[in-house]
Design a protein around this ligand. Sequence first.
Ligand code: ATP
Ligand code: MG
Length: 203
Amino acid sequence: GRVDVVEELENVIAALELKAAQRRIRLRLETPESLPYVVGDEDQLTQVFQNLVSNAIKYTREDTDVTVTVALADGAAVGFAGLPTPAAAAAKDKRVVRSGTAMVSVSVRDRGDGIARTHLPRLTERFYRVDAARSRAMGGTGLGLAIVKHILNRHRGRLTIESEVGVGSAFTVYLPAVGEAQSPSPHRGEGRGEGEALRVLTK
Ligand code: ATP
Ligand code: MG
């Protein structure tokens, strides 16, 4: 189906508000005025956002902001540099997306302790935790990011992780959009009727 990413994020944030407040963390949502839908399963994509935002709440410092930024991106931004290679086409690699593919990016930024570079390649493995003892004490199983990765693979999506020790982390999800690449329109809703691929989201 078609998923309204901003609506899902609003729900996820509302559900996690109390948990955030307990650590005096403010959840902020930044969205463009218009945005295409993404293709996918609403429950699964909600789970992706839920995992990333709860990680941010869990691992950031108290009294800080967690910022969720939604934007329109191009497939080229995540390494979709050209047409699928013959090998990828032959393997029917569903994750191969052409350059120029419109994508929606969702970036979750925190002000936590960050993650050392050496851990990054293994972070989405099942049960992998940077500080096992500390993570166990905080609860959870170490499956969150493995689930995120699994769901994104099924959606031809991508995850990038940027992190700086002592500064914080940014987990960014890229999902293929419905319709062609299009800049967020400053003319909200003009010329776009119901049922078209692009819809105006207000926030
Ligand atoms: P679960 O998600 O099952 O509750 P978890 O949060 O420990 O447990 P993941 O979400 O898979 O598991 O994260 C794996 C590990 O990556 C975490 O244990 C933590 O060490 C590290 N990590 C994840 N997100 C962040 C973050 N925003 N800042 C710092 N470290 C993080
Ligand atoms: Mg987690």
